[in-house]
Design a binder for this molecule. Structure first.
Ligand SMILES: Nc1ncnc2c1ncn2[C@@H]1O[C@H](COP(=O)(O)OP(=O)(O)O)[C@@H](O)[C@H]1O
Ligand SMILES: [Mg+2]
Length: 228
């Protein structure tokens, strides 16, 4: 299964690269055409200029889709350093609390014990947790509560983000980790997918389910090799 996904990812990255070359060649030729327009009669020039502008714009859009995609599909090497996950939680909460407060959402933490420092990619783990808490805030919308918890279960760090929003619709549960799957008008559908990629790259797992008392709960588990 993991192997199959690996092959697919490499194939997609290759496809993106291959699309990029003709795209940049097209871009150059459109620019040359724009220069050639100067020699035409004003009326024809005006008409053709607006068409070329559309082509130019669309080319840029394609280019940004491809580079965005490459960033996602590209090999994501982890930048490992000793990480104190309590600091990651504190940082994410600090970043999101002002927005939460404005919407009367309480972000509480449940961190019963000091956690071992372990080797991980702090920037990416921060991003993963942030994506989960942002989703929780969007699910709650206004007036609610989010709880971020972290604790050790044997050699595994278990991190939970729980909200009291509407929960995950049962018919959507299998799709939410798919790239570009979103139920939001302005959603990218990439938050959970990226978070899952990050957690998986650390040898961990990310899952989401509905909490017994209502709302959703996302759990990420990370294997912890204790430092020293
Ligand atoms: N805390 C949550 N409660 C309910 N549904 C959620 C929650 N988090 C994610 N989802 C569902 O998963 C979908 C995908 O999430 P995500 O990948 O972050 O993309 P986006 O947030 O852009 O929609 C969301 O559109 C939503 O339907
Ligand atoms: Mg999201």
């Amino acid at each position: 299964m993991a192997e199959k996904r690996d092959v697919l990812e490499r194939l997609l990255a290759r496809l993106a690269h291959e699309i990029r070359n003709p795209l940049s060649s097209l871009d150059i030729h459109v620019q040359l055409l724009e220069e050639d327009l100067g020699e035409l009669a004003p009326e024809t020039r005006r008409q053709l200029t607006s068409r070329l502008e559309i082509i130019h714009g669309e080319l840029h859009r394609l280019e940004s889709i491809v580079s965005h995609f490459l960033k996602l599909a590209g090999p994501s090497e982890l930048d490992l350093e000793p990480v104190d996950f309590l600091k990651v939680v504190a940082h994410v909460c600090e970043l999101l609390r002002p927005e939460a407060a404005a919407r009367e959402i309480e972000i509480a933490t449940s961190l019963p014990e000091p956690l071992p420092v372990f080797s991980a990619d702090k920037v990416r783990l921060t991003q993963a947790l942030m994506n989960l808490v942002i989703n929780a805030m969007q699910a709650v919308e206004r007036k609610g509560r989010i709880e971020v918890g972290a604790r050790m279960l044997g050699d595994t760090l278990s991190v939970t983000v729980r909200d009291n929003g509407p929960g995950i619709a049962p018919d959507k549960a299998t799709s939410i980790f798919e790239p570009y799957f979103t139920t939001k008008a302005e959603g990218s559908g990439l938050g959970l997918w990226i978070a899952q990629q990050i957690v998986t790259a650390h040898g961990g797992r990310l899952r989401g389910e509905n909490a017994p008392g209502g709302g959703a709960i996302f759990t990420m588990t990370l294997p912890v090799k204790r430092e020293g």
